[in-house]
Design a protein around this ligand. Structure first.
Ligand code: PMP
Length: 352
């Protein structure tokens, strides 16, 4: 840290992304990426746009906004596109939280929420999940603040039903409920349809997981026109060219290739169910994950030890060194070959 850094950032603890190792080739099951390449159409459109990068991208991201509106059956005025969904989430913290309206989120959830609150100087309250890692919406009904819910949650993969989400939105008409649907395409009902009924909901999604485009940094938010206008005020006051032209059109291509996307989601779900079955046979306990990852612990081996032994053998999963979840590993669902390699390696480790 330099002596020039202003005080408010002195005590900031930045977000720690999952490892992206370069020294060795791993079976990489640690950052919830897709094992499948992006759609061919996405690549074709991105290459075409690469020829035009001497020009700025479209600050209104018009073509992708239109394509998203069509895909999700909303109007273009209900959509904002951002540099990853992290950016739209940050905008929501900036737009809807302050000292009187703190951020409310679960104690075990996406680790970035805390950092978005801190970097913006926003107070936050972490609401404990139940012992089985499920979330009781009643814990959110009598509190004052802007609610952030990852649905399904990370790193547990546990989802709330659409009725529970609607109850939460209905019970809080005077504050915004942000539903972070980064993993929604792997088996959870989306809250997008609720934006037609309620003006206090913002749904965020991403191209990083189900659409195989983590490296393109493309996310989006869907909400009432007024909410999208708020977020665009912030976008235009920070970085109007937040989405580069290659990523915008890769996004358009990916949306045109619906069949490829749907097939990949189906494969991930099938691989997830297969892996859960195999882990259960080996004495693991898993949460009921509806995401592209599994959250699992084994009675016979400590979470950190298993993570380290897998890493030694070329398999990378995620371990969080934090009290109630330190016995667990979070394993991204990869291709069948990758999941087979993971299970075989776990077996070898347990046999020793
Ligand atoms: N929400 C959740 C719950 C996540 O796990 C992630 C990925 N780390 C994100 C949002 C952000 O993803 P991206 O910025 O790649 O869209």
């Amino acid at each position: 840290m330099s002596k020039f850094l202003v005080d408010k950032f002195n005590s900031l603890t930045p977000y720690v992304p999952g490892e992206q190792p370069k020294e060795r080739k791993y079976v990489k099951l640690n950052t919830n990426e897709s094992p499948f390449p992006p759609s061919k159409k996405a690549v074709e459109y991105a290459c075409r746009e690469a020829q035009k990068v001497m020009r700025y991208s479209d600050p209104d991201v018009t073509d992708l906004v239109k394509a998203l509106a069509k895909t999700y059956d909303v109007l273009p005025q209900n959509v904002i596109v951002t540099n990853g969904s992290d950016e739209v989430l940050n905008f929501a913290f900036m737009a809807y939280c302050n000292a009187q309206t703190p951020a409310l989120f679960a104690d075990i959830t996406y680790g970035f929420y805390k950092v978005f609150a801190s970097v913006n100087g926003i107070p936050y309250k972490e609401i404990p999940l139940k012992e089985d890692f499920t979330l009781d919406i009643n814990d959110y009904l009598d509190k004052r603040g802007t609610i952030f819910i990852a649905n399904p949650n990370a790193p547990t993969g546990i989802a709330l039903s659409i009725d529970e989400i609607e109850t939460l939105i209905k019970a809080n008409p005077d504050r915004v409920v942000v539903v972070d649907e980064a993993y929604v395409d792997f088996g959870t009902e989306s809250a997008v349809k609720l934006i037609k009924k309620y003006d206090n909901v913002l749904v965020t999604q991403t191209f990083s997981k189900s659409r195989s485009m983590a490296g393109a940094r493309l996310g989006f938010g869907i909400g009432s026109k007024a909410i999208i206008d708020d977020l665009n005020r912030i976008r235009y006051s920070t970085n109007p060219y937040n989405v580069n032209r290659m990523s915008e059109y890769a996004g358009v291509g990916a949306l045109e290739d619906a069949e490829y996307f749907e097939n990949n989601c189906r494969t991930i779900i099938a691989n997830r169910e297969w892996t859960v079955g195999e882990l259960k046979k080996l004495g693991f306990t898993t949460t009921d994950s509806k995401a592209n990852f599994i959250f699992a612990r084994c009675e016979h081996i400590d979470g950190k030890e298993l993570y380290l032994k897998l890493k030694e053998r070329g398999i990378l999963v995620r371990h969080f060194n934090k009290a109630p979840i330190k016995d667990y590993n979070r394993i991204t669902i990869g291709s069948m070959e990758e999941m087979q390699a993971y299970i075989d390696t776990v077996k070898t480790i347990l046999e020793k």
